[in-house]
Each structure stands twice: as structure tokens, then as C-alpha cells.
Design a protein around this ligand. Structure first.
Ligand SMILES: Cc1ncc(COP(=O)(O)O)c(C=O)c1O
Length: 384
């Protein structure tokens, strides 16, 4: 924010990123082409994975994965504690979302609850890595193996995260990253499907561009105009302009992640004494957190104010906070379809108490201190 307020997210593009975009703008080719290929290869190298396909958004990527796995008329066990896009992709693919409750500490889906929700109609498991904290992939892997179900990971928040030293796509049939403007690796709007399975990625690549056997750039390279369509696809490809932004951002990624870790450490230090009134993010010993978000949980019974009032007071002091997430069963669309939070108490409670504090590489530690002072002052005035 230019008015001196501290935003929840902020993006500053460096000269290298701008040069990469300028190069594309003057290259004679703007849509899916050499920059997308370069970006796909760069992410594959960073994650040490073989198969990557860049897409227009994580929502599109999830949709393509679910279509490839085949969920039409079948159930997909997922979490209600996520952004709408996760569940939207299931519905758009003709699947039926079945919601399993979450672990109240990590805010990711509880594997025991997943087991309870599996039926003969289940086609797939869809965990979400919240804030950059991976889901419990050991347990989910065991469940997947025992049931023969594929895992599609919504890894929108977890580029750079690891579980037992492995990047998320190693732990699932496919993982989908988001490069939306708020994410820790961004090009404004974009996503990527990453998998160990080449044939799956081939299907998704083709489906992401109308089902064409050869897109416009491939036809130029092959010097052949002919293409075929064997299966119905979508329009979900990434443009070279977006890939150029992401290529620039990927070069800074490790440095930016180190900043995020330093900011998280500062929040932990400065907020530690407030544990009667707030819970700090829980980090399983198996994970390396990506710190896309820094989510605190208010102990509402120890406060005389609501979460909304807390966020309002922070805003009056110049700090923008967010909520990730209100569980999807709270939305009218789901209520009208008969979904309810009655048997998902952890998600319902988390949805009332979570507050995201500012987190972006350009956030100064002095600003983190200011944010923490405001949290502390509000608690001292309104705590019980
Ligand atoms: C958990 C989660 N899943 C999916 C998405 C969708 O990402 P995109 O905007 O790239 O479609 C988001 C984006 O905010 C998200 O937070």
C-alpha cells in the first residue's frame, strides 16, 4: 500500500523480471511458447521432478487433474477448510465433494476423518496444504495405498515446502501449484501441474489446449500446419507473458523464501508471550513450511471481542489482516445443497478464529514488530 499502511501481501517486481517480460513482449510470440517451456523446465529442475505443465490457474490445473483421473458422478474426499477453488474444481469436473474434518493445529485434512469418509463411490483424495504447511502425506499415502485411490494435492500454498524432505508432487499422483497474485511464487494468474507420471501430464497438457495434438508453437517448430483433436479439452494454457514473469520470480524464489522464514521467526519471537490469547502456527516436525501465509488462531473465549472486531482494530492501526479460510460449507451455494458444518467441528471453529497477518518478502522486520505490538496492545485492552 502506498499510504504507509502495512498490506497483507505486496509484490515488487525486480529489473530482471521486467527485462524477461520485455524480452517476451518484443519477441514476436506472446502465448504458450518458448518461455512457458523454459519455465516448466526451470520448475522441474527446482523440484527435481520430470513432468510439469504450466496452466492458466491452479483452479484450471485441479480441474484438468480431476478430469484426467475421472471423477464424474463419483466422490472426492477433501477438506472444507480451503479456498472455494478446490471444491469448485471438483464440482466443475462432475465430482461430488465429500468433506472430511481438519486437524485443528495444522488446519489440513485429518487422515482419520478421510478414512471415515471413503466409500465405494470415492474416486480420489484431494488434500490441501494450508498456508504452506503440507498435509499429513504419510497417513494419506497409507490410506491411498490401502484403498487404491489416487491423491491429487492442492499445493497452491506450498511451492518450496517439503514433507520429509520431499517436494509435494513426490507424494501424490499430481500436485497443483498456484501462481496467483497473492502466492509466494507469482505471475499474477497462473498454475502448474507437477507429477511423477508422464502419461498423466501428457493427457493434461493436451487437455489444457483444446485437446489439440499440436498447439500453434509446436506447429511452428514442426513446420507442419496439421493437427488433430482426439478428445475434448479446455482453454487453460499459460501465456509466455505470464511465464516470463514467473521465470524472473523463480530466480528470486530462494532469496524470497529465506525472507519469509525470517519474518515467520520474528513473528514467533514477538508473539510468543501472547499464548494465553492466540495460538501461533503449528509446524509438524516432518515439514519445511513455505510460509505463503502466517495464520494465527485467536482463543476467542479469552477475548471480549470477536475476530471481526480484532481485524477491524488492526485495520484502524494501519495493518491489513485476512481470513484463510471461512469453511466452504458456510457459503450459500453449499448450504442450499445440504452441506453443513455440524459434523465438521474443527473446521467450523477454525473458520471463526483464524487471522492471517501480513507476509511478503518486502515486509521489514520493524514492520513485523509494529504488527506484533498492535496485536499485543489489542489483546491487553480486550483480553480476559
Ligand atoms: C487453497 C487454494 N486452492 C486453489 C486456489 C486457486 O488458485 P488459482 O487462483 O491459481 O486458480 C487457491 C487460490 O487462492 C487456493 O488458495
Amino acid at each position: 500500500m502506498k499510504d504507509g499502511r502495512i498490506p497483507l501481501y505486496d509484490i515488487r517486481l525486480d529489473s530482471g523480471t521486467i527485462a524477461e517480460v520485455r524480452d517476451t513482449l518484443t519477441s514476436g510470440w506472446l502465448t504458450t511458447g518458448p518461455k512457458v517451456r523454459k519455465f516448466e523446465k526451470a520448475v522441474a529442475a527446482y523440484l527435481r521432478m520430470r513432468y510439469t505443465v504450466a496452466v492458466s490457474s491452479a483452479t484450471a490445473g485441479l480441474n484438468l487433474c480431476l478430469q484426467a483421473v475421472g471423477v464424474e458422478g463419483k466422490e472426492v474426499v477433501t477438506t472444507p477448510f480451503t479456498f472455494m477453488a478446490t471444491v469448485e474444481a471438483i464440482l466443475q469436473s462432475g465430482g461430488i465433494p465429500v468433506m472430511a474434518d481438519i486437524d485443528p493445529d495444522t488446519l489440513t485434512v485429518d487422515p482419520d476423518e478421510v478414512t471415515r469418509k471413503i466409500s465405494h463411490k470415492t474416486a480420489c483424495l484431494l488434500p490441501v496444504d494450508i498456508a504452506g504447511h503440507p498435509a499429513d502425506y504419510d497417513s494419506l499415502g497409507d490410506i491411498a495405498q490401502a484403498s487404491g485411490l489416487p491423491v491429487i494435492a492442492d499445493a497452491s500454498h506450498s511451492m518450496g515446502a517439503k514433507y520429509r524432505g520431499k517436494p509435494i508432487p513426490r507424494l501424490a499422483e499430481a500436485a497443483v501449484f498456484s501462481f496467483h497474485s497473492t502466492k509466494n511464487l507469482t505471475c499474477g494468474e497462473g498454475g502448474m501441474v507437477v507429477s511423477r507420471f508422464g502419461p498423466l501430464v501428457d493427457i493434461i497438457r493436451k487437455a489444457s489446449l483444446h485437446g489439440l495434438t499440436a498447439g500453434a508453437y509446436a506447429r511452428r517448430l514442426q513446420k507442419k500446419w496439421l493437427y488433430d483433436v482426439e478428445q475434448l479439452g479446455f482453454k487453460a494454457n499459460m501465456s509466455d507473458v505470464h511465464a516470463a514473469i514467473d521465470l524472473g520470480q523463480l530466480r528470486l524464489f530462494e532469496k524470497n523464501q529465506a525472507r519469509r522464514r525470517a519474518i515467520a521467526r520474528r513473528y514467533f519471537t514477538r508473539l510468543a508471550s501472547l499464548d494465553d490469547h492466540i495460538a501461533l502456527p503449528h509446524i509438524s516436525e516432518k515439514v519445511e513450511h513455505a510460509w505463503h501465509l502466517f495464520i494465527i488462531r485467536l482463543h476467542l473465549s479469552r477475548l471480549k471481542i470477536t475476530r471481526d472486531r480484532f481485524i477491524g482494530l488492526m485495520s484502524r492501526r494501519g495493518v491489513e489482516c485476512g481470513v484463510h479460510y471461512q469453511p466452504v460449507f458456510n457459503f450459500t451455494l453449499f448450504k442450499e445443497s445440504g452441506y453443513s458444518g455440524q459434523y465438521l467441528p474443527n473446521a467450523a471453529y477454525a473458520g471463526k478464529r483464524v487471522v492471517s497477518l501480513p507476509m511478503y518478502p518486502g515486509l521489514k522486520l520493524s514492520q513485523v514488530d509494529y504488527v506484533c505490538e498492535q496485536v499485543s496492545d489489542i489483546i491487553s485492552r480486550h483480553g480476559r
